[in-house]
Design a protein around this ligand. Structure first.
Ligand code: ATP
Ligand code: MG
Ligand code: MG
Ligand code: MG
Length: 347
């Protein structure tokens, strides 16, 4: 009998559409590898209001790539009956309510294997403040940063100017303001003066109660993919280039705005350093299964700074994670197969 894989996608997150695309790519990879692997894909879709759908509705969303239109107030959560048949879960949810440990906790309680990191790894890996604390502890070099919370921005009008003063005293412009628990550059701003700083903090606070402000660096952007559990492997290093001010949402998802270079044209010693740092980062947050680690490479000094880890990275056919593995002799269908096998191994 074929193993029933619950492909869990969509989700209550600003990255809902990205997740649909990732799920579609994984479903077609499993269909492609059908004669090899004997999996049956059961799509399970989480609508933007949090309701779960299986069956025709979920199949249809994969086909059309159109999110289900839902009323946000009709959010009575329930399991579709099919859920009890699933033998391995493949959550391919990006951002909050999916990449952050919440879904992982639910799957853990269901006592069914699931692809990717557990509760701690997911939670550490999504929160840029927690992540950076773990990286610092592991001795990984990174940019200077300050952690901020929503109450410092919103609650007390006397606190806010002092907070901005403190940020200006700690970091130089330009700096980056980011909601701590998002991805795809949602809510991120590069700010060059006090007014932009204030606007960006206010905006970031609308996404998250935890916010991070980082010193801006001028650097090449390189990434590395990690695969495995207790003895994880790092892929070749890839680079992203673009003409925009930074790698923002539009640049990420508009065709032609970003170029991927795999493998990155960097010295071998730098690539080896990036791979070693990726494995250290993976261990530092207790990740499992997969992760994509993002870096800044300052060519002039040879310095490599870790930017972040993503425990459920973009997984479309053209995404960096599967492409870096394809360039490391792990084609997309085989990559999906290994992830499922690592989930079973870890259970
Ligand atoms: P992802 O989609 O990779 O999960 P994310 O939303 O978690 O993205 P980051 O990777 O932290 O966000 O930042 C997005 C982009 O913003 C980076 O790829 C880079 O272009 C720019 N950026 C972020 N932080 C800095 C920084 N400190 N200095 C310079 N550029 C930065
Ligand atoms: Mg990220
Ligand atoms: Mg992300
Ligand atoms: Mg990133």
């Amino acid at each position: 009998a074929r193993t029933k894989i619950g492909l869990l996608f969509g989700g209550c997150s600003g990255e809902h559409e990205v997740s649909i695309n990732s799920a579609k790519a994984i479903a077609s990879a499993l269909a492609q590898g059908d004669n090899l692997y004997h999996y049956e894909v059961i799509p399970v879709y989480i609508a933007k209001n949090g309701i779960w759908y299986a069956g025709d509705i979920a199949h249809n969303i994969l086909k059309t790539k159109q999110p289900l239109e839902v009323e946000t107030n009709q959010s009575r959560w329930q399991f579709p009956p099919l859920v009890s048949e699933i033998e391995v879960w493949f959550p391919i949810l990006h951002g909050p309510n999916g990449e952050d440990g919440t879904v992982q906790g639910l799957l853990q309680l269901m006592q069914v294997p699931y692809v990717g990191s557990g509760v701690l790894g997911s939670a550490m890996g999504i929160d840029k403040i927690a992540m950076k604390t773990a990286f610092a502890e592991a001795g990984l070099p990174q940019v200077k940063y300050m952690a901020v919370t929503r109450p410092q921005i919103w609650s007390n009008p006397c606190v806010f100017p002092k907070l901005c003063d403190e940020i200006e005293a700690t970091l130089d412009y330009p700096c980056f303001v980011k909601p701590a628990n998002l991805g795809s550059s949602v809510g991120i701003a590069k700010v060059r003066n006090r007014q932009e700083l204030e606007t960006a903090l206010d905006n970031a606070a609308s996404y998250d109660r935890r916010i991070i402000v980082e010193a801006g660096v001028v650097a090449r952007e390189v990434e590395c993919a990690v695969l495995g559990n207790d003895d994880p492997k790092a892929s070749v290093v890839g680079e992203i280039s673009f003409n925009s001010d930074f790698y923002d949402y539009e640049t990420k998802y508009t065709e032609g705005l970003a170029q991927l270079h795999i493998p990155a044209q960097i010295p071998d010693a730098i690539a080896a350093k990036i791979q070693a740092m990726s494995l250290q980062a993976f261990a530092a947050v207790d990740a499992a299964g997969l992760a994509r680690v993002d870096f800044f490479y300052i060519e002039a000094t040879g310095e490599v700074l870790i930017n972040e880890i993503n425990t459920l990275p973009g997984f479309t056919a053209t995404s960096m994670y599967p492409q870096m593995w394809a360039a490391t002799n792990v084609p997309f269908p085989e990559l999906v197969n290994r992830l499922i096998q690592f989930a079973i191994e870890r259970h």
